[in-house]
Each structure stands twice: as structure tokens, then as C-alpha cells.
Design a binder for this molecule. Structure first.
Ligand SMILES: Cc1cc2nc3c(=O)[nH]c(=O)nc-3n(C[C@H](O)[C@H](O)[C@H](O)COP(=O)(O)O)c2cc1C
Length: 347
């Protein structure tokens, strides 16, 4: 139904418009009498064998929605009905910001990929916190992905992350520090050893001073070298991180089926979806091996099928997330993955 009817209609529209249309309609539809039960019946899949305890949190299943889809935490209850075990909201910044000018989201259908340069468009951390305080479904685990405002210089970036942390600390279950988006100028420089340690230490100091600290994770780019990944593992240990999210979108453009001229004309941005799959898995495998399995990894990047998810889990991911696969394959994918995990994966 999704691939034969809904997707062709949506793919006729501009990609960002289609995103908003799905959002608004899902929200409206879920309010109709009986709709919750219908969605749950279609897409949700609960089984004790799917439950996971990772960094001290109990996940109803290991399949999550990656950051960037529900940036402002408006749809978490509806997404819970669609079978996700967890949703990572954000990236949120302390102050609201519009993001980059449109068009800023493009489909590459031949590659089953997306290219985006959204640039952290969001309503601000306080607005997300207000919405999360009102949510109904308490089984769904919520991650809070935090970033810095575009006009905050890197020298003051840590204060933005601390502000995002403080705003969300009561309403999310775990945190992700995002320094790996390619769409905020200079952001990825914060992945360098010294600024990253400084930033994480400042957030962690606030966190560890709380009565119940939240698991703090770092989201990394797939474009890091092995030496940089080694640094990340060292930093994770030094700043007592609970885990890593691997990976964000890539700035690489190699091996695409889409005409290179067309891709170049689309301009800058992060590429997600199928072309990212192999590299993201490689990064997960490397981090898992090098850390001796000691650091939980949320694996993301190009999961479009149950086998893709099992590949990430076999490489060492404790949990998986998807975004682009959800757009190309539809909501049924979440249930399919959970079924496969239960049957043949690390259930
Ligand atoms: C349109 C779009 C917006 C995104 N926005 C964010 C974001 O705000 N913060 C973030 O950490 N990752 C963001 N991502 C990256 C995803 O969370 C994910 O790491 C990446 O897309 C790889 O997974 P996928 O291949 O399943 O899409 C975004 C991805 C897309 C496609």
C-alpha cells in the first residue's frame, strides 16, 4: 500500500513538502476514533524477546527513528504507534532558528538516497521540552539530540550544548551530542580532540551533578579516518560517555548511480540512505572491535531492509535507527525488522 499508492504520490511533491504533508496528516489521522488501534494493529509489534536494556534504559524493541525526522518532538505518540522502540528528537538548538534556505532536501531515487542541508531548522529546545512533557506514551524511549545555533561561534559552542541539555534534562531518556552534521558551518571541527573533550566535559559535569544522570552519547560522521575514530574512543572513555551513534550523513559522493552533474548541481549537504550503508557498518564494526564491545553503539545509515538492520547488529550495534529507509520503504519496515530480529538476529 505504501510503496504502490502513498509513496508515488508523495514522491511527486517537493521532498520537504511531502515531509510536512505526512506529518500533518499523521497527526490528524491519529486523532480520529479508532485510528490509534488501527495504526498499532498495522505497524506495532511487541514481544518480550525484542526488549533490550542498553546503557541502563529499557527499550521495547531495538528499532529507532533517527534524529532529524521529528526535530521538534511533535509526533512522538504517533511514532510509537508505528512500532518504533525509540525516537531521537532534534537536533534542537537553544534558540529557535530557520535553517538554510529552501530547497534544502532532495531525493536521489536511483540511489534510494536523500541529500539534505536543512541546517538545524527547529523551534528551539524549550518548545521541544514543553511538547515532550505532554506526551502520552511512556513506553517509547526518547533521545534528545542537541546542537549549537548557527550564529554561536565554536569558541562558545559548549554553552549551547549545556543549554540544550538543561532544557531537556527532565523530559528525555538519553542525550546525543551532535557535532557531526555537515550543514552548520564549522560544526564538524568540534569533532577534533581538544574542543570535543572540552565540550563533552562541560555537558557531562552538569549531567553527573544531577540526582539521576542521563546516558550521554556522541553522534559521529562516517567520514572520519581510523585515527580519528581511535581518538573518539579515547575521548569517550575520558568523558565517561555511555555510547556512540554511528553514523550521521556523509559528505562523500562516490559510487552514486545518479548522474554526477546532477548531484553536483544539487550542491552541498549530507547524503543518507543506501549509499551510506556499507561505510556506516564498517565504522560500527571498527568501533565495536576496537572498544572490545565495551561501548554501546546505536547503528544508523542506509537501513532499508531487515537484512540491513541485521548487518548493523552483527557488526556490533546494540540498537539501530533509520530515517531514509523509512521514507523509501514506508512504516511497514519497522515491523519487518523487528520480526527478523526476533527470528534470526540477536534476540
Ligand atoms: C532530512 C534529514 C535531516 C536530518 N537531520 C538530522 C539532525 O537534525 N540531527 C542529526 O543528528 N541527524 C540528522 N540526520 C541524520 C540521520 O539521523 C541519520 O544519522 C542519517 O540520515 C543516516 O541514516 P539513514 O541512512 O537511515 O537516513 C538527518 C537526516 C536526514 C535525511
Amino acid at each position: 500500500m505504501y510503496k504502490s499508492v502513498v509513496k508515488p504520490l508523495l514522491f511527486h511533491l517537493d521532498a520537504e513538502r511531502a515531509h510536512h504533508l505526512v506529518f500533518d496528516n499523521l497527526r490528524r489521522a491519529a486523532r480520529l476514533p479508532g485510528a490509534g488501534a488501527l495504526l498499532r494493529g498495522l505497524y506495532d509489534y511487541q514481544h518480550p524477546g525484542l526488549e533490550r536494556t542498553v546503557f541502563g534504559l529499557k527499550f521495547p524493541n531495538p528499532v529507532g527513528l533517527a534524529a532529524g525526522f521529528d526535530k521538534n518532538a511533535v509526533l512522538t505518540d504517533e511514532l510509537a504507534l508505528m512500532g518504533f522502540g525509540f525516537v531521537e528528537i532534534g537536533t534542537v538548538t537553544p534558540r529557535p532558528q530557520p535553517g538554510n534556505p529552501a530547497p534544502r532536501l532532495f531525493r536521489l531515487p536511483q540511489d534510494e538516497a536523500l541529500l539534505n542541508r536543512m541546517g538545524f531548522n527547529n523551534d528551539g529546545a524549550a518548545a521541544a521540552a514543553r511538547r515532550l512533557a505532554r506526551r502520552q506514551n511512556r513506553r517509547l524511549v526518547i533521545g534528545g539530540n542537541i546542537g549549537k545555533n548557527k550564529d554561536t561561534p565554536n569558541a562558545h559552542a559548549a554553552a549551547d550544548y549545556v543549554a540544550g541539555f538543561e532544557a531537556l534534562a527532565e523530559v528525555v531518556d538519553y542525550f546525543v551530542v551532535n557535532v557531526s552534521s555537515p550543514n552548520t558551518p564549522g560544526l564538524r571541527e568540534l569533532q577534533e580532540k581538544k574542543p570535543l573533550i572540552d565540550l563533552l566535559q562541560q555537558v557531562q559535569a552538569r549531567n553527573l551533578a544531577r540526582p539521576v544522570p542521563r546516558p550521554l552519547l556522541l553522534k559521529i560522521a562516517p567520514d572520519l579516518t581510523d585515527a580519528q575514530l581511535d581518538d573518539i574512543l579515547e575521548i569517550a572513555q575520558e568523558t565517561q560517555l555511555s555510547g556512540l551513534v554511528a553514523t550521521n550523513t556523509t559528505v562523500a559522493r562516490a559510487g552514486l548511480r545518479t548522474d554526477a552533474g546532477h548531484v553536483a548541481a544539487l550542491g552541498a549537504g549530507g547524503l543518507s540512505g543506501r549509499p551510506l550503508r556499507a561505510r556506516a557498518t564498517e565504522v560500527i564494526r571498527y568501533l565495536h572491535r576496537k572498544s572490545g564491545g565495551g561501548l554501546p553503539i546505536i547503528g544508523a545509515g542506509g537501513i532499508h531492509s531487515p537484512d540491513d538492520a541485521l548487518e548493523k547488529l552483527a557488526a556490533g550495534a546494540a540498537l539501530v535507527q533509520l530515517y531514509t529507509g523509512f521514507i523509501y520503504e514506508g512504516p511497514g519496515l519497522v515491523k519487518q525488522i523487528n520480526r527478523a530480529v526476533l527470528k534470526g538476529g540477536k534476540a
